[in-house]
Ligand binder design. Sequence first.
Ligand code: AMP
Length: 401
Amino acid sequence: MAKLTVEDLPLEGKKVLMRVDFNVPIKDGVVGDDNRIVAALPTIKYVIDHGGRAILFSHLGRIKKEEDKPGLSLRPVAERLSNLLNKPVTFVPVTEGKQLEDAIDNMKNGDVLLVQNTRYEDVKDGEYVKRESGNDPELGKYWASLGDVFVNDAFGTAHRKHASNVGIATNMPGKAAAGYLMEKEIKFLGDAVDNPERPFVAILGGAKVSDKIGVIDNLLDKADKIIIGGGMAYTFYAAKGIKVGNSLVEKDKIDVAKQILDKAGDKLVLPIDNVVADKFNNDADTKIVEGDIDDGWMALDIGPKSVEEFKNVLKDAKTVVWNGPMGVFEMPNFAKGTLEIGKFLGTLTDATTIVGGGDSTAAVKELGVADKLTHISTGGGASLTYLEGNELPGIAAISDK
Ligand code: AMP
């Protein structure tokens, strides 16, 4: 990798500023799914095992007014992290000032400290000033002044330019490194997009074409096949003159879909048949139809022939990237297409299989096949930006080797 990694940094006795992604669900002061905390442990442990003093920064949720703050404190995360590390974690309930500076000065080698939610800086004296989210230059400089080196392990925020990732890194030239999680994401997504073992098949789904046009554009030049499922498939149907009934269609994107189809030739694989419903409801009447969808019916999942066709395209793949569900998988009666594809990916043991995005990740976890896949990206938005071929500011700001 062309960027510095945590193993390139001096750590013994150093104040190691670390940007992690602890943006986890919290209910009634208790952390729910702690996957993101667990994912950050290898880098944190490496730092403290090598005598570093780990000073952790993360955002949590969105803060737009003072009242948002109490419910978005990182204190419960400090408790969970302490349990996971089996050692005390000092929580500092502020993001700047003497209390924070003193707490850092009091740290010993191997200690861990968690700073309050970086987005507390977005609201000052009741005003929405976005110091963190807007990468206020003074804030990045101040946080950088608190440490000796910087480790960015928050891939999930890498597509954003915040003071706590880009700001700190740009103020620590030559001393900003990627953590293990960041390194892993860059390796798998980077190799898949820029240097894939072929055939390389992308599976794109989800509601909207508009969200994925950049990805399709970029992957058309790189992938051998692009499978399209989910709501976005029906804008392509409309572009091909296939009747869509009441299915989800983005009318203003039909022309773009036509252009993509012209450019893609047989690279783009659309569903052959669909599960259509008479209303947007799990208890709707349903049937399976090939091709044209009549008025009064909407496609909410891909049909069994589509599943077979998609499996056929996938079976010889050596690299697969999947983002977005094949149907309205939140409703059990329309989850089958998504689950079948997830299950099949789990059988492709010779291929590098990568899943990004919350919904597809939820599907592979629900199926219990997550551990059979090569890589589950921790960042939905960040992985999409990567797949679009765009630079991620959080990664770009990390020092070159
Ligand atoms: P995205 O956030 O773009 O990945 O889209 C995910 C959402 O797309 C999920 O909430 C799905 O329910 C929705 N979705 C998938 N297929 C369809 C469909 N055929 N019609 C309507 N919504 C869909």
